[in-house]
Design a binder for this molecule. Structure first.
Ligand SMILES: Nc1ncnc2c1ncn2[C@@H]1O[C@H](COP(=O)(O)OP(=O)(O)OP(=O)(O)O)[C@@H](O)[C@H]1O
Ligand SMILES: [Mg+2]
Length: 362
């Protein structure tokens, strides 16, 4: 026998509760009853209902507040549908209820058959959501496993080709040498893609341990500067740093933050033509610090900016010297900055350049 769905019925008027209690019991639901807002929250915690019918006007704690507490503060209730069942039929109340997280709104007097149909529809959606979540987890597990298994062999191919290139250079014909170099390059591209994929999967599964410690961001900037100075020079680009001496240390994960900066600098170089400047600026702002990375490169069309931080975003700006990319860098940056409770945003003008701004609370 299928297990019964549990429905929590909340109303301060006992007659209203009784009618719904009888009706839904007849329809094979398990009912849980509450006669006030506080009791509703207690019973929701205790009995873990599948769906909640919630009156708004109640003396102790009104339905709006109950809805807000369950949906916004106790996030384990986020996916439990709440249907507000109320005599308040003005537009403001409906908008307020739905924006506080309620899934549906039914005004009294109502037909119980309609209410039942809405309950069943909300439960169908909840089930679909649960199935989606499960599928997404499965997909991530699969991606994680596949990436992990590919990363080892591809890393070895890269290493072995490098050794061949170093040792036997003299005995290779120029054509063979070209081929070997190509093998190494392609292996590198796959290796980076796989590393990015693993990163995305881990972050999504909440498995990325961000280890917060006091970080001197100026030092990190110096580090990325040193790491990229040569590559920039090779493309005739000039990296400048502008550091505000008053910048305090912030709580952050230095390795992750370095990854973000590295990604942004690599992008700035990739999408700049030779001769351009790249500026990394660090300053103190209200409630934290701000890092900006600006280039004078090709720029991003305004209509593409909303997709900039999406995974595998296929945008029109192309690397200026045939560099490779997978379109994961910025989505990883965004996730890392989110984990730091910061923000990342971009401004750009086609033909003039792009500026990324990171805010980190401090
Ligand atoms: N500084 C920039 N100037 C112009 N376009 C940019 C800049 N940064 C990013 N873009 C555009 O946004 C896209 C997504 O950037 P993202 O860093 O996510 O991917 P990628 O650099 O192509 O690949 P990956 O970082 O995974 O190696 C780029 O392909 C490019 O079209
Ligand atoms: Mg990138």
């Amino acid at each position: 026998m299928a297990t019964k769905s549990k429905i929590l019925i909340v109303d301060d008027v006992k007659d209203n509760v009784d009618i719904l209690d009888q009706y839904f019991k007849l329809k094979e639901f398990e009912t849980i009853l509450a006669y006030g807002g506080k009791e509703a929250i207690e019973k929701a915690e205790k009995f873990e209902p599948d769906i909640i019918l919630l009156d708004i006007m109640m003396p102790d704690l009104d339905g709006f507040r109950v809805c807000e507490i369950l949906k916004k503060e106790r996030t384990h209730f986020k996916n439990i549908p709440i249907i507000l069942v109320t005599a308040k039929d003005d537009v403001e109340s409906k908008v307020k209820g739905l924006s506080l997280g309620a899934d549906d709104y039914v005004t009294k007097p109502f037909s119980v058959q309609e209410l039942e149909a809405r309950v069943r529809s909300a439960l169908r959606l909840k089930k679909a959501l649960e199935e989606l979540k499960e599928l997404n987890e499965l997909k991530n597990q699969f991606l994680g496993m596949a990436s992990h298994d590919i990363k080892g062999p591809i890393g070895r191919i890269e290493k072995l080709t490098e050794e061949l290139l170093l040792k036997k250079e003299k005995s290779w014909t120029p054509e063979q040498l070209e081929h070997l170099k190509k093998v190494k390059q392609e292996a590198e591209v796959v290796f980076n893609l796989i590393s990015d994929l693993l990163n995305v999967v881990k972050i999504e599964a909440g498995k990325v341990g961000v280890e917060f410690q006091k970080v001197n961001v100026e030092k990190l900037i110096e580090e990325v500067f040193k790491m990229n100075e040569m590559a920039a020079g090779a493309k005739k680009l000039h990296i400048k740093t502008v550091i505000d001496p008053k910048v305090p240390e912030v709580l952050a994960d230095p390795l992750r933050l370095l990854e973000v900066l590295e990604n942004l600098i690599t992008n700035a170089m990739k999408f700049s033509k030779s001769g351009g400047d790249i500026t990394i600026q660090l300053k103190k702002v209200k409630k934290g610090i701000e890092i900006t990375i600006s280039d004078q490169g090709v720029g991003i069309p305004e209509k593409e900016l909303p997709r900039l931080f999406d995974r595998f975003a296929r945008l029109s700006p192309q690397p200026t010297a045939g560099e490779k990319g997978t379109g994961l860098g910025l989505s990883i940056c965004k996730q890392i900055i989110d984990l730091h409770k910061g923000t990342i945003a971009a401004k750009s003008e086609v033909g003039h350049g792009t500026t990324f701004t990171i805010f980190l609370p401090g």
